[in-house]
Design a binder for this molecule. Structure first.
Ligand code: SF4
Ligand code: SF4
Ligand code: SF4
Ligand code: FES
Length: 564
């Protein structure tokens, strides 16, 4: 790539010729403040906080949109620039209510940081402060229009990154407001609660119910980890304060999600309503009662020893590879995957969906599962005119994005549309694998993008367990459940009829009625390990908080030791 020489604040460096001044400054380690700009979203140059002085240019120019040229000399903190920034900030602070001391984001707000940086300690202009509404109709976060600076990061993130296009701006000037769809409350809108807008909002206008007032930037810790709730395997950051996870954010640097998360990955565990298991539970006459680890492990070892090879061990796809390996090495009996396995070869990278011109979605609802992949399909339909063909006999969340929808038996109609495509992709989860295989035979040039059930069925398979669970009349069951909630009726039935059932789980539900012993497990936010995503990429799961519980592996090893 062509390079040009630029001088920014007395430092001269060589940067790619197509850089904006802001990107060039970042490359050279110079900090230019921004508000409407966000590295993951196309810049629009709206807020004017990044204005810089360029030699031989009469007017100040926005660094986020102005391109560098060879020999350019830029001043980012000249008296003229600082005066302009103070003016922009004064306007922003007087347009709406930014009494920071009453704001839940005080201490972690980009607007407030800039006020400190440029020494704003009083209002220079009359404060208009219209009383604006707070929209608290969404479950996980609220929108306080009084704190909104109309930077439109949320609008652009929802449109460009998520492909959902829920948000817009209505009205002009001081009347301008963020709104959803046809101006409906956000909780009734097409919003899918992915929280991307929340993550990019620079102020307290979008407030996370779980982390509001919970901690300023310097009071929190960030831990990079991998989401363990589906096989997309998104990179996430856990935000903690005082050993408590208060927020989950997408990791902008991570493959394959590049900062995006879905509702489940971002909010699921923080808003979990099931009852946590913190002590081992043993079934007695009055139901499950707390017991010591020694009692509980001895209570499990006895039936497992007696059943030996007749034991059936069921491993959830949410479990780590290390826990699965410990089970394979230490526990007797047949081992099976709780959610089944995915047949077919669909390990192509998720980025295929950002290039495909036709996406055939086979009996899989990507708005319910593997949602971040669904965002890629929506982006394609919205921004590149990619044609989405849904093959499903049920309602599918991607129906509104579909160019055509067919019943699975109308496969030939879908093939007729896709056969001339340049880069067709066939997308499928476990329920659509057979249909995807049929489509692949008819469209040999299509790329298969498959989603195995569970987050880690590939990792668990590498530990030696790849058979799906099928009821086999085993008298004794050991279930490594982790956080699993969606359990098949076939498994629950088998457990109900078994003589003895031990479950290693984070929550009582849905095991309470079937388990004779429940051994508590740390959650995904509290454990270390590895998971392998659908592409075969190993991701590290890193504990951000301690639960005081032994790890899954430790429990299995203690049990294995008792079994000899
Ligand atoms: S939560 Fe996601 S879908 Fe909803 S408005 Fe924000 S970015 Fe859009
Ligand atoms: S809600 Fe936040 S991100 Fe959206 S325009 Fe307002 S301040 Fe910007
Ligand atoms: S798409 Fe899957 S891996 Fe990504 S955040 Fe959602 S549940 Fe987690
Ligand atoms: S950050 Fe450049 S104009 Fe807003």
């Amino acid at each position: 790539m062509d390079q040009v020489k630029v001088t920014i604040d007395e430092t001269t460096g060589s940067v790619p010729a197509n850089s904006t001044i802001l990107n060039a400054a970042r490359l050279m380690g110079v900090d230019i403040p921004t508000l409407c700009d966000h590295p993951a979203i196309e810049p629009i140059g709206a807020c004017r906080i990044c204005l810089v002085e360029i030699e031989k240019q009469r007017a100040l120019q926005p660094a986020c949109t102005f391109q560098v040229s060879d020999g350019m000399v830029v001043h980012t903190e000249s008296p003229r620039v600082v005066e302009s920034r103070r003016f922009v900030l004064q306007l922003l602070f007087s347009e709406r209510n930014h009494f920071c001391m009453f704001c839940q984001m005080s201490g972690s707000c980009e607007l407030q940081d800039l006020a400190y940086r440029y020494g704003l300690d009083h209002w220079e202009y009359d404060r208009a402060f219209p009383k604006l509404s707070v929209d608290a109709s969404r479950e996980y976060f609220a929108t306080d229009h009084n704190r909104c600076i109309l930077c439109r990061r949320c609008v652009r993130a929802c449109h460009t990154l998520v492909g959902n296009g829920t948000l817009g701006v209505k009205g002009r000037g001081v009347e301008a407001m963020i709104f959803a769809d046809a101006d409906v409350p956000l909780g009734e809108s097409s919003c899918v609660s992915c929280g991307t807008c929340l993550q990019v909002c620079p102020t307290g206008a979008l407030m996370d119910r779980a982390s509001a007032f919970m901690g300023a930037t310097d009071e929190i810790d960030r831990t990079k980890t991998t989401c363990t709730f589906c096989s997309v395997g998104c990179g996430a950051e856990l935000i903690t304060r005082d050993n408590r996870v208060i927020r989950v954010e997408g990791d902008w640097d991570a493959e394959p999600n590049h900062g995006l998360l879905c509702e489940i990955g971002r909010f699921g565990l923080l808003h979990e309503t099931r009852r946590r298991v913190r002590r081992p539970l043993i079934r007695g006459e009055k139901g499950l009662a707390e017991a010591s680890w020694d009692e509980a492990l001895a209570g499990v070892a006895g039936p497992l020893r007696a059943a030996g090879d007749k034991t059936c061990v069921v491993i959830s796809g949410l479990a780590s590879t290390e826990a699965a390996r410990a089970i394979v090495q230490g526990l007797p009996g047949e081992k099976a995957l709780m959610e089944g396995a995915l047949s077919g070869d669909g390990r192509s990278p998720l980025s295929v969906l950002d290039e495909a011109d036709v996406c055939l979605v086979a009996k899989t609802d990507l708005t319910l599962n593997y949602q971040v992949a669904g965002f890629a399909i929506k982006r394609g339909a919205h921004h590149r005119g990619a044609r989405v063909i849904v093959l499903d006999d049920r309602e599918n969340g991607l129906d509104p994005w579909a160019f055509r929808k067919f019943a699975p038996e109308e496969l030939s109609k879908a093939v007729a549309i896709a056969k001339d495509a340049q880069q067709p992709a066939i997308v499928y989860g476990p329920g659509g694998a057979a249909l995807a295989a049929q489509l692949a035979r008819a469209l040999p040039r299509a790329t298969l993008v498959g989603f195995p059930p569970g987050a880690n069925s590939l990792g668990i398979a590498s530990a030696g367990v790849s058979a799906p669970f099928v009821p086999n009349g085993a008298p004794v069951y050991y279930v490594l459940a982790a956080e699993s909630e969606q359990v098949s009726d076939a498994l629950l039935d088998a457990l109900r009829w078994a003589e003895f059932v031990a479950v290693q789980a984070c929550f009582r539900e849905p095991w309470e009625d079937v388990a004779h012993v429940i051994l508590p497990s740390p959650t995904a936010h509290e454990k270390n390990g590895t998971v392998t995503n659908r592409e075969g990429r190993a991701g590290r799961v890193v504990a951000a908080a301690t639960s005081g519980l032994p790890s899954e592996v430790e429990v299995i090893e203690r049990l294995a030791a008792l079994l000899g």
